[in-house]
Design a protein around this ligand. Structure first.
Ligand code: ADP
Ligand code: ASP
Ligand code: MG
Length: 435
C-alpha cells in the first residue's frame, strides 16, 4: 500500500460541513495509507493571536475566558457532526491546561515563546476533531502529536527544522503507526524545540509541515487541497480572468511563491524538489478536477504570472556623509535586516543609496529597524505601497496593472519585472498633505 500525504488548510476544515467534505474526499483513497496534515479551523489562528495579545496585556483570566469561546466554537461544529462531545471536551481542557502550565513560568518579555504555546492550540484542536470524526465514520484513524516528531530550533514564530532528528523520529515513531492505522491525522504549522516547548514554523506554515513529512516519509506525492482549482496565473480574489496551470516546474513554483503568491508557502517546494516528490494542488470543492502538478518538468511556455503584495514599504537607505554605499555598508545593512528578521521583497543599490521594499513589519518592529539602521544611515520611508511581481510580462499587461498608479520603483530582469506602486493618485496627494 502506498502512503500519501494530504494537507487540508484552514478553509477546507473551517466548519462542520467542510469536515464532512474531507471525509468524503478520503472515500476515493480507501486503498491508501494517508497522513493528513491539518491547519487550524478557518480563522482560528487569528483568533488565537488575539488571545495571545490579551494574555500579554491582561493576564490569565482573560486568556481563560477567550479560550472558552474558542473551545465552544469547536464543540459546536463537532456537535453538528454528531461527535460525542464529552471526550473531545476533556481533550480540549487538557490541551488548554497544559498550555497554561507551560506559559505561566515564561517571562512575558519572551513573547515569541508564549505566542507559539498559545497559537499552536488551533492545529491541536482541529486535528483532534477531525480524528474523532473519522473514527466515528469507521476509519482506522490515529491522532499524532507532531511535536513528538518535528524538531526545531528555538527561533520561536519562525522555527527552523532539524531534518536529521525529524527523519529519525519519522522512522521510529510515524512509519510503524501505519501497520495498525489507515489514516494518521497530525498538525501543520507546529513543532517542538529540543527542551519540549512548542514552536511554530511561521504563519501559513502548514504547507511546509506537509512537505517535511512527505520528505521524511519518502512518499511519491503530496496533495494540498485548496479552495481554488489549482495554481492560477494570479490571485482570483484580485483578478477575474485567471487561468489554471496544469503543470508547473519546481523552479517556477519556488519563484512564484518566493515573490509572495499566497497559494503555497514558499518553504514547501525545497524538500519536495530535493526528492522529486510531486506536489498536487487540488480543489477540495471539485476533488475530481485535475488540479496542478508541480514536478521537475513544467510547461514549455508560461502565461504571464502576477503576484501582488499589499502593505509594503519602501526604504531608501543612504550614507550620512555622502560616501558610496559600498560592500561594507551593504553588509551592515543586511546584518541589521537579518537581526530584525526582515525579509526583502526587492532591492537595488545606487552610488549613495540602497533601496529596499519589505512587508510592513508593524509599528514596533519597524521602529526598532529604523532605530538600528538610523544609527549609521539616513532613512526615507514610504508606506502603504504595493509590490507587483510579474513573470513573463508583456507591455500591455504592465500598462493595465499600473493604470492610475504611481510607480515608485521598477526592477526588470529577463523574465521578471517588479514594480512598487502607490495604489492611486488620490492617495499620494493625501499623504503629501499629511507631511
Ligand atoms: P489554505 O488555508 O488552504 O492554506 P490559503 O488561503 O493560504 O489556503 O491559500 C489559498 C488562497 O490563495 C486562494 O483562496 C487564493 O485566493 C489565493 N491565491 C493567491 N494567489 C494564487 C494563485 N496564483 N493561484 C491560486 N490561488 C492563489
Ligand atoms: N494556521 C496557521 C495560519 O493560519 C498555519 C496555516 O494555516 O498554514 O497561519
Ligand atoms: Mg495557507
Amino acid at each position: 500500500m502506498e502512503v500519501k500525504v494530504f494537507k487540508f488548510g484552514g478553509a477546507s476544515v473551517k466548519d462542520a460541513a467542510h469536515i464532512y467534505n474531507v471525509a468524503g474526499i478520503l472515500k476515493n483513497y480507501k486503498n491508501d495509507k494517508i497522513c493528513i496534515v491539518v491547519s487550524a479551523m478557518g480563522k482560528s489562528t487569528n483568533a488565537l493571536e488575539q488571545v495571545f495579545y490579551a494574555y500579554i496585556k491582561e493576564g490569565l483570566d482573560v486568556f481563560k475566558e477567550m479560550m472558552l469561546d474558542i473551545i465552544d466554537f469547536h464543540l459546536a461544529e463537532a456537535e453538528k457532526l454528531h461527535i460525542p462531545l464529552d471526550m473531545l471536551h476533556v481533550d480540549y481542557d487538557a490541551l488548554v491546561n497544559q498550555c497554561i502550565k507551560t506559559i505561566e513560568p515564561i517571562d512575558k518579555a519572551n513573547k515569541g515563546a508564549i505566542y507559539d504555546q498559545i497559537v499552536s492550540l488551533g492545529e491541536l484542536m482541529s486535528s483532534k476533531l477531525l480524528t474523532v470524526y473519522l473514527q466515528q465514520k469507521g476509519k482506522r484513524a490515529h491522532w499524532l502529536d507532531v511535536r513528538n516528531v518535528i524538531v526545531t530550533d528555538k527561533r520561536y514564530q519562525e522555527a527552523r527544522v532539524d531534518f536529521l532528528v525529524t527523519q529519525e523520529n519519522v522512522n521510529d515513531k510515524v512509519s510503524p503507526l501505519f501497520e495498525e492505522t489507515d489514516v494518521l491525522v497530525t498538525q501543520g504549522f507546529i513543532g517542538a524545540e529540543p527542551d519540549g516547548l512548542t514552536t511554530t514554523l511561521g504563519r501559513e506554515g502548514s504547507d511546509y509541515s506537509a512537505a517535511i513529512l512527505a520528505f521524511c516519509l519518502n512518499v511519491e506525492a503530496l496533495t494540498i487541497w485548496k479552495d481554488v482549482p489549482g495554481v492560477l496565473t494570479a490571485d482570483p480574489r484580485r483578478f477575474e480572468n485567471v487561468e489554471k496551470l496544469d503543470r508547473m516546474s519546481y523552479n517556477e513554483a519556488i519563484e512564484m511563491t518566493y515573490y509572495g503568491a499566497q497559494v503555497i508557502h514558499p518553504k514547501t517546494i525545497r524538500p519536495l524538489q530535493n526528492k522529486g516528490i510531486k506536489l498536487h494542488v487540488k480543489s477540495f470543492i471539485d476533488p475530481d478536477g485535475e488540479g496542478t502538478v508541480i514536478a521537475h518538468d513544467g510547461l514549455l511556455n508560461y502565461p504571464p504570472l502576477v503576484v501582488i503584495q499589499d502593505n509594503m514599504l519602501l526604504m531608501h537607505i543612504s550614507s550620512k556623509d555622502f560616501s558610496f554605499i559600498a560592500e561594507n555598508h551593504l553588509s551592515q545593512i543586511f546584518k541589521v535586516l537579518n537581526e530584525n528578521r526582515i525579509k526583502l521583497g526587492t532591492m537595488r543599490n545606487s552610488a549613495i543609496s540602497f533601496t529596499i521594499c519589505v512587508k510592513d513589519p508593524g509599528k514596533e518592529k519597524l521602529n526598532k529597524l529604523i532605530e538600528d539602521l538610523g544609527e549609521i544611515f539616513t532613512l526615507d520611508v514610504y508606506h502603504n505601497l504595493q509590490l507587483m511581481t510579474v513573470r513573463y510580462f508583456n507591455k500591455n499587461l504592465i500598462e493595465s496593472l499600473t493604470k492610475n498608479k504611481v510607480v515608485l520603483f521598477e526592477e526588470r530582469m529577463k523574465y521578471t519585472i517588479q514594480l512598487v506602486v502607490r495604489p492611486s493618485l488620490e492617495l499620494i496627494e493625501k499623504t503629501e498633505e499629511e507631511k
